[in-house]
Design a protein around this ligand. Structure first.
Ligand code: ASP
Ligand code: MG
Length: 418
């Protein structure tokens, strides 16, 4: 059996859904489980809605209306006005209606997950309905009853045992009857609340299903020809990798390559299931295959650019050394504030850490650190990571920029620049 994942960019409009159907048609006769993300930029818009609701701002209804309108416009292009999909979509949005009717009481991360999850619940309704309309018999599946997580809202931790059991119990039989379409990015708690698995987590969902079902492969359909050595939006002479090892793919995603969610590879590696990254626009093209015994060929270095970085320097208030105990205490505070470290460097009197700027976690971290230490920071920085660099690659990339931190190992160079 095969697992497919279609990201938001692939299903951003009616044309995307038609194309998805054409891709699926080519796999007639295969057992297929399809994981779908929210359409286009819906998750970003729902994040804004969650925030507007939590802060009770005036633009809340407008944000909500435009999200609904975007989906209704798409289904109006794909279905007759009498189609049940209109009711299905409306009934899904009711989950938000109920929530925003009352004043916010709960923790923001909880609110976030209950609202943001609607993006995938709606997109999968639309995709399932359209596949059926095209004669590809499909069943909509509520992933929240299959991927079980703890209640770490916005970053649910998968309970593998329970998840495996639920998936094994009924999905294989369903796959014999029809295609199964389900939501990426979501999970459910033991109290039946919705969790999300972290932004861009739909790849991870596909990998969880594949591992639990012993799939032959996972394919993630993308708007790029495969995995490239650099972001084609930033560089114009990119090259595609035909294949990569799991280990190299893990390294690349760890350093911030956004083609695949970092958690995706491990379950596949353990189960020895290949991951194919293929172009949505050209289903017959080979794309990139990630597998155990791949030839990693680096004709050009891998370049990963992360914007919106903060570089924070922490020192003790009494100018004492940064000891191991201090480091452990500081990193504990990062973990508690849910801030993930991209690069760190220590000297006698200060400890520097570079990480993604996320408003909601940053202020908490800063407050926490300042209660015991002195923390100074620079924001709006860029982190450039170059793997398998040769010659002047790093110098060329940083020419004309101010370097605030540099770390070079045999395979990887990381530079924080202004
Ligand atoms: N829709 C979610 C996001 O945009 C999950 C995903 O796209 O993988 O973060
Ligand atoms: Mg997305």
């Amino acid at each position: 059996m095969l697992v497919f994942k279609f990201g938001g960019a692939s299903v951003k409009d009616a044309e995307g859904i038609i194309k998805l159907t054409k891709v699926v048609e080519k796999y007639k006769g295969e057992q297929l489980l399809i994981v779908v993300s929210a359409m286009g930029k819906t998750t970003n818009a729902l994040e804004k809605l969650a925030k507007a609701y939590a802060d009770q701002t005036d633009d809340m209804q407008d944000i909500y209306e435009s999200i609904k309108q975007y989906h209704y416009d798409i289904i109006a292009q794909l279905f007759e006005s009498t189609d049940v999909v209109f009711d299905e979509v409306a009934n899904t949005f009711v989950e938000i209606d109920w929530m925003i009717e009352d004043e916010p009481q709960d923790d923001f991360d909880f609110i976030y997950d209950q609202i943001v999850s609607v993006g995938e619940l709606v997109s999968t309704r639309i995709v399932t309905a359209y596949l059926n309309k095209a004669g590809l018999k499909s069943q909509w599946l509520d992933v929240r009853g299959y991927i079980h997580t703890d209640n770490t809202y916005r970053e649910g931790v998968v309970k593998w045992g329970k998840t495996r059991d639920s998936i094994a119990l009924s999905i294989p039989a369903q796959l014999e009857r029809s295609i199964v379409v389900t939501q990426g990015f979501l999970g459910g708690t033991s109290e039946n609340f919705t969790t999300t698995l972290g932004r861009e987590g739909s790849d991870y969902t596909a990998s969880i299903f594949a591992a639990c079902l012993g799939a032959d492969s996972v394919t993630t359909w993308k708007d790029v020809p495969g995995i490239l050595n650099a972001d084609p939006k930033l560089f114009n002479d990119t090259v595609k990798f035909d294949e990569l090892t799991y280990t190299e793919a893990i390294e690349m995603t760890y350093y911030g390559a956004t083609v695949i969610h970092p958690k995706t590879i491990k379950p596949l590696q353990n189960a020895k299931i290949p991951l194919l990254v293929k172009p949505f626009n050209d289903p017959a093209a080979p794309g990139t295959v990630i597998k155990e015994n791949a030839a990693n060929v680096f004709a050009k270095p891998v370049i990963i650019i992360k914007q919106n970085q903060v570089l924070l320097s922490i020192s003790t208030k009494d100018y004492s050394f940064i000891s191991e105990d201090t480091l452990s205490d500081i990193l504990g505070r990062f973990a508690k504030s849910r801030v993930k470290v991209n690069v760190m460097q220590t000297s006698a009197l200060s400890f520097s850490v570079c990480f993604d700027y996320k408003e909601e976690y940053f202020n908490g971290l800063l407050e926490n650190l300042n209660s015991t230490y002195k923390a100074k920071y620079n924001s709006n920085l860029t982190l450039i990571t170059v793997r398998h660099y040769k010659g002047n690659a790093v110098k060329e990339l940083t020419a004309g920029k101010t370097i605030l931190l540099e770390q070079v190992s045999r395979n990887t160079a990381q530079v924080v620049v202004k």
